[in-house]
Design a protein around this ligand. Sequence first.
Ligand code: ATP
Ligand code: MG
Length: 260
Amino acid sequence: MRDSSGQPASPLRVEHVTKRFRQGTTTIQALRDISLTVARGEFVAVMGASGSGKSTLLHVMAGLTRPDEGRVLVDGQDLSALSDFQLTLLRRRRIGLVFQTFNLIPTLSAQDNILLPAMAEGRERLARSQLDELLTRLGLAERRRHLPDTMSGGEQQRVAIARAMICDPAIILADEPTGSLDSVTGQSICRLLQELCAEQGRTIVVVTHEPAVAVWATRIVVLKDGQALTEFPAGDFHDSQSLANHYQDIVGAAAMEVRG
Ligand SMILES: Nc1ncnc2c1ncn2[C@@H]1O[C@H](COP(=O)(O)OP(=O)(O)OP(=O)(O)O)[C@@H](O)[C@H]1O
Ligand SMILES: [Mg+2]
């Protein structure tokens, strides 16, 4: 799809989105007038304190949560114009999602959990031909017949990542995808995500609190209280320690401003 100026539409565009949650008599403002455009082949890392709105932003991007104000466009398509069924189809075809809590089906083996989105799309045969490589790449070959509750947290997390990749989605949205992984496995997942962007032009948004993950991104967006506090290119930093220092400076300066 193309935008109004005839240019190919950005894969992902968030425009002035606000999201409130009502809890009894109180209202929590999870996102406040946030805007973000992610280009094809771009890998964006979203950082921010717990409760700053990172998961909400990801769910809004995936059309799982409808914003109160503003809109989200996927390939130029305004999600607010779609029915729940149309949203489900768009998600299945265009978006690979890795949830913070994995959301695996407990009664299905690792392999069947991974294949599930492809089955729903009638792409099981193609997916099966890619399954072995994906399992090997994610170090899951020995666990393919295991049920989720017989796998470690890190193994379940990798199953969730494989499930998000099985349909070759143009957009991958991942919430703390390395949160349960040791640093070596986490780094290999980051390398895989970066290759998907650089070599295949995928669009990736990863929520993370780990500078060692964010350093793989092309751009880092920092959220605070549901707003984009700042953003900067990860390429400015050669290693995760200097990125961590910069991030601490930003968060520290924002805290001083609030106090001051
Ligand atoms: N379904 C919901 N109902 C009510 N409040 C919610 C709901 N989902 C999120 N919130 C609130 O919105 C705010 C943002 O939550 P969100 O889950 O987006 O944070 P987060 O940045 O992902 O945090 P974490 O790093 O802990 O995962 C929090 O204050 C949270 O309590
Ligand atoms: Mg979260």
